[in-house]
Design a protein around this ligand. Structure first.
Ligand code: XIL
Length: 363
């Protein structure tokens, strides 16, 4: 008996030890939740059709982690209308169909943008009547196409000048040469009219003004709040404000909190619409993500999420959207011409400390 007892007990102990190790591993590598499940408000990613079709891990990550999506490029005017009078909805429809099949919200981005993704033909227009009519017809066509399928739109993106905060942003080419200025051609109040056109096209869509740098440029933040307040007083159909939040580990917390608070004070829906946290703001050539930088990024994500949850009343929490999914497809390296790792998933789609920062910010 003794002979049999001893090895059986030993085997049980070994088995128990293995199970505990297994359990510990499982807890470490597979958190019991996803961002969408953990968050009381929608969590989104800006996504593109090509990796959705060709990269199983990208698609799986979006499917599991998101409750909302934004089109990174597919709904920009240059993609939808590459030539005057031509409308191509293929990429955007693909994303919308995916979202609807997965019961995810679609946030439309963007109807009017001062230049970067305006199609070349649109940039040539200088006559105020022609420009206004063209933008109105564009909004009518696109808004109607997605009516009932897109929950919300960024109606106008980045209209404000960074220095004066007036709605007079110059459209410049890549070398900084001024091409034209929508505000000067149409008058600063063109933004309000674009909202009216969008509302007419899809009366059910929630309409947002979206911009960047509000956490670091007080003049711009104040100008946006003033415009939103003016729209509310005049009955212009605005429902929300988007804080792009392309920030870095060095962006001061105070500016982030002030921007969220001032926008929330308008009573409108608040969308952190394009979140990413750059780790290499100095654009160092030989950049290495040290443990200290990884920790700073964790803290910054946590701060953004906890501040949003604390400061924005629940009824105004439209959600938080990452600009991209993973470090391998992020727009940041192309934009800064440098190495960076700004998103919650690494290039292999493993959850980073940044991901944990988002989760910890919820608590
Ligand atoms: C970016 C895209 O992600 C890039 O691929 C493209 O080259 C430029 O535009 N603010 C916005 C987004 O509102 O539309 C931008 O998206 C990022 C900055």
């Amino acid at each position: 008996m003794k002979f049999f007892f001893f090895p059986t007990g030993l085997a049980a102990m070994i088995l128990l030890a293995c199970t505990m190790k297994e359990t510990a591993n499982v807890v470490q590598t597979v958190p019991p939740t996803t961002l969408a499940e953990a968050s009381p408000f929608p969590v989104g990613f800006a996504i593109n059709p090509s990796p959705m079709q060709n990269n199983a891990r990208y698609r799986q990550t979006v499917t599991q982690e998101a409750s909302s999506i934004t089109a990174d490029l597919a709904m920009k005017p240059s993609r939808i209308s590459p030539q005057k009078g031509v409308f191509n909805f293929e990429g955007a429809d693909y994303l919308v169909d995916f979202a609807r099949s997965q019961k995810k919200r679609v946030h439309g981005h963007t109807l009017v943008w001062y230049i970067n993704t305006s199609p070349e033909w649109l940039k040539q227009l200088r006559d105020s009547t022609e420009l206004e009519t063209t933008l109105r017809e564009y909004i009518q066509t696109v808004g109607t196409h997605f009516k009932g399928k897109v929950a919300s739109w960024d109606v106008v993106n980045e209209a404000f000048d960074n220095n004066q905060g007036a709605i007079r942003r110059d459209s410049v080419d890549k070398s900084g040469r001024t091409l034209f200025n929508v505000g000067k051609i149409l008058g600063n109040d063109y933004v309000a009219r674009m909202f009216q056109y969008a509302h007419k096209a899809d009366p059910g869509a929630r309409l947002f003004y979206n911009d960047y740098g509000q956490e670091t440029i007080p003049a711009k933040l104040n100008a946006i709040v003033a415009m939103a307040t003016d729209f509310q007083q005049r009955g212009i159909p605005i429902h929300g404000l988007g804080l792009q939040m392309h920030i870095s580990i060095d962006t001061p917390d105070a500016g982030i909190e002030t921007a969220i608070r001032k926008l929330a004070d308008t009573g409108l829906l608040i969308h952190i619409s394009e979140l990413d946290v750059a780790m290499n703001p100095g654009k160092k050539k030989d950049f290495i993500a040290t443990p200290a930088l990884i920790e700073q990024q964790y803290q910054k994500y946590k701060f953004v999420v906890s501040t949003y949850k604390k400061v924005v009343p629940v009824s105004q929490q439209f959600g938080i959207t990452f600009w991209g999914v993973d470090d391998g497809t992020s727009w940041i390296p192309g934009h800064c011409q440098c190495t960076d790792y700004a998103l919650p998933f690494d290039a292999q789609f493993a959850r980073k400390r940044a991901y944990q920062g988002f989760l910890d910010g919820l608590h």
